[in-house]
Design a protein around this ligand. Structure first.
Ligand code: FE2
Length: 246
């Protein structure tokens, strides 16, 4: 069901650690059941809300064994469609308060956001959503929709308020000091983590990762404690929305 594709990631521009030691040559293709693909058949015979409710029943039964489930072929084309989906997701919504990525609220009442507003070419390291925060989501749902919805202009966003791990090279290039980052990670005793260790973590995370190509109408539900997610920098007009829940 998932398109196989092979993407070279070694020495990829705007990808932290890609020129360093141990970094894998390619991003691996999807493995059997990772992500676990579910094709929605005859989507025109039910409403989007009914289809989503069925998908969520499936998630409740299977997420323990399949912590990344990709539903394909949902009739979701707009941000409003994602609000309909989010309403059927049975867990409590979580805001992005305390989050450190550029992300824009889409539906204030429901709690949907753009997945990430970083420049398209930036790759984002595999991570657990908001793992640096005291409050973080247990489950994260992403949907790929049509690109032609209007975003309000961003306000009050510092150009450096971005996902630092994913933008390490830019941060270094721009000469931003560590104490200017919105967040930072140390060893337990407050000492710095050595660059070689960070390189090892990045290389290991990408070595374990698999990639797939999004299609419009894809809904990806992740157990945020069991799996990580990231992205490759891209070209084109991809639009992903996110809904985070307890
Ligand atoms: Fe994320």
């Amino acid at each position: 069901m998932l398109t196989k594709f092979k993407s070279r990631i070694k020495s990829r521009p705007s990808m932290a650690g890609s020129t360093g030691e141990g970094f894998p040559e390619f991003l691996a293709e999807p493995r059997e059941s990772f992500p676990h693909g579910v094709l929605v058949t005859n989507p025109q015979q039910s409403s989007l809300a009914q289809l989503t409710a069925k998908c969520m029943e499936y998630v409740e039964e299977n997420l323990t064994h399949h912590p990344a489930i990709l539903f394909r072929n949902l009739p979701a084309k707009t941000a409003e469609d994602f609000s309909i989906i989010a309403r059927e997701i049975p867990w409590k919504a979580l805001t992005y308060e305390g989050g450190n990525s550029l992300r824009q609220k889409i539906d204030e009442n429901i709690g949907t956001y753009t997945a990430n507003n970083d420049p398209d070419e930036i790759s984002i390291d595999p991570h657990n959503e908001m793992s640096y925060n005291n409050v973080y989501p247990s489950k994260v749902s992403y949907v790929k929709i049509q690109s032609s919805f209007k975003l309000k202009p961003l306000t009050n966003v510092s150009p450096f308020h971005m996902s630092i791990a994913g933008n390490y090279e830019i941060v270094r290039r721009e000469g931003i000091q560590e104490n200017q980052y919105p967040s930072h990670t140390f060893y337990g005793d407050g000492s710095d983590i050595e660059p070689a260790v960070i390189q090892h973590l990045l290389a290991t995370a990408w070595s374990c990762a698999v990639g797939f190509k999004w299609r419009r109408g894809d809904l990806l539900v992740l157990d945020n404690l069991a799996v990580q997610h990231g992205r490759l920098g891209f070209e084109g007009d991809r639009k992903l929305l996110v809904y985070m829940t307890t």
